[in-house]
Design a protein around this ligand. Sequence first.
Ligand SMILES: Cc1ncc(COP(=O)(O)O)c(C=O)c1O
Length: 458
Amino acid sequence: MPIYPPEPFRIKMVEPIRLIDPLEREQALYAAGFNVFSLKAEDIFIDLLTDSGTGAMSQDQWAAIMKGDESYAGARSFFRLSEAIKQIFGFRYFVPTHQGRAAENILCALLVGKDKLIPSNMHFDTTEANIRGRGGQPINLIIDEANHPTMILPFKGNMDIRKLREFIQKVGTENIPLGMITITNNAGGGQPVSMENLRQVSATYREFGIPFYIDACRFAENAYFIKMREPGYAQKSTLEIAREMFALADGCTMSAKKDAIVNIGGFLCMNDEDLFQQACNELIMREGFPTYGGLAGRDLDAIATGLWEGLDENYLAYRLGQTAYLAERLKEVGIPIVEPPGGHAVYLDAGSFLPHIPPPQFPGLALSIELYRSGAIRTSEIGSVMFAHPDPITGKMIHPSLELVRLAIPRRVYTQAHLDYVVQILAEIAQNKEKLHGYKFTYAPKFLRHFTAKFEPV
Ligand SMILES: Cc1ncc(COP(=O)(O)O)c(C=O)c1O
């Protein structure tokens, strides 16, 4: 059996959790309209809904919070964050934002217009919504292998360079105000992107004069995957790898709630001075003054400290080891997962697990509801609820190629015993999986419908 690195920390403060009884769980599901986002957190035993903003901050981050400078303008905290971003990301300018989607909103406000097309390996849901919200269209150009859940590849988040080139030539550069890539690829299984692929994506965008922005939420996990898996990088530090990745781009959006291990925060980086000035104007209108964005000074300090902790290689070995452990145990009990496991999450292949539930009846949602019903475990559907959308021409629903349930692991929060419990519950669900049924919408908003939609059993 492989050795999974134990936690490189010990527990100094505890937060009680409780397992409510099955009847209470059933009532909670009804009250929530079968949408796990509407459950009360105190009714959840193991919360794997997201790794975003749910991590445990370190003693150094809490100490940094005490040093937070709450001056409206020019706070010391801003300059501490600025220094960390300069050292790690290397872009010339940045603005803090209250979280990642606010950075996306500003970027889209400045660059995306009606009918503009934005390619990426795969956009995450908030990026998609921000692009669509400005009248643009997100385009996913991931390698075909990413659609095969059991295919094992070291860098399954890579963009297909041939598809990218053909796409640019077909639609014309005048219709592509920016190009993106998401590292690691959250919507496609948390899979990493190789340095080689980043280099080729960058060269292609540059050849056609298209500004290149990285969705950098999980840049440190991506850097560690490169160190572990890509020839020539074993001896490089994650810091060196991160710097090399970002040197290939013109800017990035960042949700600090992931690899900066904070509960709130984000930023938008760029090299273009003119764009930075426009970003400051947008920021002042919607987020706040350019030296605090939508955050308190103490938040900026927590991010500055967390960015370095997120890059720590002992932490990253434990973090990716924890995901690998959960994946291995699930495979032992016959649960189909996306292979290889991602950095921040294990993705259950609900489409193969529940072949009797067709995509329009949401197999991922059905499995996620059953995880709550059986074990008070909260997870998120990443499938047709989140991504199915009508074809702009025919109006026919287009479903994503995979129907997944994401078990996202909050950083530094759950132990191996918690993960063993999750495996045990899934093994029990597998015994009677034929009895699970699909769901249909009773309410669905226009954008980001998974957050607030309501459902009923089919
Ligand atoms: C890849 C990716 N991009 C962007 C975001 C948006 O970040 P936030 O939730 O901080 O707005 C997320 C959040 O989960 C994400 O995973």
